[in-house]
Write a protein that binds this ligand. Sequence first.
Ligand code: EPZ
Length: 431
Amino acid sequence: MDKIRIRGGRPLSGSIAVGGAKNAALPLMTACLLTDETLVLRNLPILADINTLCNLLLQHGVAIHLDGAGGACAGRTVELTARGVTNTTAPYDLVRKMRASVLVLGPLVARFGEAKVSLPGGCAIGARPVDLHIKGLQAMGAAIELEGGYMIARAPGGLRGAEIVFPKVSVGATENLLMAATLARGETVLVNAAREPEVSDLAHCLVAMGADITGIGSDTLRIRGVERLHGATHSIVPDRIETGTYAMAAAITGGELDILNTRLDLIASAATVLAQAGVAFTEIEGGIRVSRANGTLAGVDVMTEPYPGFPTDLQAQMMALLCTAQGAGMITETIFENRFMHAPELMRMGARITVHGASALVRGVDRLTGAPVMATDLRASVSLVLAGLAARGETTVNRVYHLDRGYERLEEKLAACGADIERIGGEGGDD
Ligand code: EPZ
């Protein structure tokens, strides 16, 4: 299994292009199931998770054409045509690889009146139930049975509009029900809906496909169902988590990066917190420039929240940053119940962290030291890469496949900006 080896202590300098958002691309790709015409998505990131979803859509009978002509920075274009869908089952073997597979549920039931989708089960960062997806579809008239580890949904006469009040904000449930509602009879209102830019990106694409949606960007989405949707061409929103990760890479190494193909407003809350910690952001043409404001970083308190709050997907990276700041900072994770697995690994690199329930107190140290480390999810893994870039000596990050799920050519992008980082092929085993 591949590893990443980093010799730390070099300030990064140069520019890094950000790709389309993984977490927008995944629901956008499943939206192709809503129409028999072709959906064209531009700025597609090339990632393991995108590949997994392609395999799932292929087995449903979707025709997929991937065009590499966009060039490394511009991303690729994918054409998805769900005309010949023959199979409405999403099998366990594919769903267990990637939870976002559950996003085929809403579109399949809405268009075909049936779907059988494996329950995804828990994962490294928490239990992550899908009850809100199920309850929402039931409110829209679907009959759902749980059998043999599968959700079997039926709505032979089609779905009908409903008012759905989410008891907690869920990105995935909002996306699933938003897609389902576009083809339901009558009006659906999603109250306390997720406002993440990836949700809005999906909504804009659905409108381009002929859906009638108002309230995009707010916490109340109003969808009037239409008879059918048609094809469209849509460019995927830049990846704000990749943007924030590279911003922190610049800051933790004391370097300066131009992060391109992205926008500052996508990471506004993270930028505010990072500015308090001593990170300077300047908007430049096509992106943002990031460096330290005055040479040092300071501890700050951070709480993860649904958008527009500080994203849970940047929490691990923020912890790495605080490890080398002056003073202490408190991180409180409110979205997932088990998202501090990176803390003990960072402590193996000399970090001073005390975890108590949903909070972690991080006391800055002068310097981290390199060590072999590993993590069990994507953002935890990249936080270890950031720590490795700042540490004295050599760090080896194991289980690189986590990184490949969400960061395209991570080590190439960092190496081009002066990092001493390389991927080394492993021979089985990963520890
Ligand atoms: C999305 O996951 C992202 N994934 C996650 O990105 C991200 O961390 C998360 O949103 C929060 O921002 C994709 O977009 C593909 P949720 P999702 O439903 O939709 C609970 C990454 O690293 N909940 O908003 O699965 C749930 O357990 C990742 O790229 C229920 O209780 O997250 C959690 O505590 C990982 N019942 C909270 O809501 C439900 O039916 C928010 O989860 C659904 C969710």
